[in-house]
Design a protein around this ligand. Sequence first.
Ligand code: UDX
Length: 436
Amino acid sequence: MWGYKLGIMGGGGHIGLVHAACLAFLGYRVAAYDLDTAKIKSLKQGIIPLYEPGLEKLVHEGIKTGLLGFTNHINSLRDVDIAYICVGTPALPDGLADISQVENALEELVQVNKGPFIAVIKCTVPVGTNRKLSRRIKDIGLSHKISIVSNPEFLAEGTGIEDFLKPSRIVVGGVDREAVAKVAAIHTPPSAPVIHTGWENAELIKHASNAFLATKISFINEIASLSEAQEGDITIISKGIGLDPRIGPYFLEAGVGFSGPCLEKDLLSLINQYNAAGEEAPILKATLYVNNQRRRQIVKNLEKALGNLNGKNVGVLGLAFKPGTDDLRDSHSIPVIRHLLSLGTVVTVHDPMAANEAKKAWLMRQFPGILWASSPYFAAEGKDALLILTAWPEYQEMDLDILKQKLARPILVDGRNLFKRVQMEEQGFEYIGMGI
Ligand code: UDX
């Protein structure tokens, strides 16, 4: 197996880079290709363009052993046995996933690699895409040289390396049994169950997994609304529900809702696939509706405490879509900040990871009015209220005495339920959580 040479299309992106680094760590020779020359240039020097715990170390190790190489010359993939396609599938204006990057990646490969090789589709693509790509390859008379295997990734940001090395399951779909078996054999720890199946099942397993996670979050958020109205505590309710092994404790944290580059985009794409098939998707639509409602609710919570937000000074803690990442793609913080600014609120933002210079510049172009704070305490200084949008552990560890002194009014609106209401009230805060 280790004799195989592997290629990664989209090797500078989150999924591609984690795959490249982990596969080199497992002993394979890996060529990570990306069109973004600036990214490749810095990766060659061991500079990682994104934050993922443990990734930098693995990339450095891979470069050192010589097993991991970065390239922007597609020719470097002319002799790979297996090419992992890890490019983006962004949402089109109608919500359906745009697979043009997948198609282009495959075309580029076909031009340089005479085969036989296996193209592994890692990215989340609409159901039917693998079959469509395979048919196209057959039409140009290359099906004897190229096999398409669907092998969806289930990596969450912040735990990407662990998710790769210790997967909960391996899903491999395709019609070429030998190719499917080869892909599964690349990396399947003994503890991981393997599902060998067809393309469509593999594609739907990926979509349904993300949709289910999103639905679980919206479900608990819906319960949180009633809990809020009845003075319940959603954190205790979640615990009580999650102890039932049939339900499980994960993805039951109520708050401002889910966001990020995957859950919402994949849900939208799935809804559009139903629409295209003339089918309804009421649960999925409700999941999205509840999620959008949570973003409006947090602004209402702020209004509950401050009245009209025009001219009010608010510190916002958290830009990243979740802790453990610097990723701002489709983060809920962006629409919430946009809403606040539209109401005339003066917004000062802090994030421990997602406020590097490049991201600041990007955000400033969208919201020229926002101010920046280098610590949560600076974000609180002289403010009418503090709003928590991302569950960074450092926010939970803030010194509440200092925080109270810094704030002009001790109001904490918490979109991630990091504190207990009683504790905060004892400290002299007006505390508004979500469902507590
Ligand atoms: C997700 C899937 O988990 C992963 O398997 C898939 O491959 C890619 O999409 P990711 O987008 O990295 O991973 O984030 P995830 O951990 O799923 O969280 C998504 C969003 O849901 C975040 O905004 C998070 O804060 C929110 N969330 C998560 C909640 O609001 N409550 C929860 O209980 C869990």
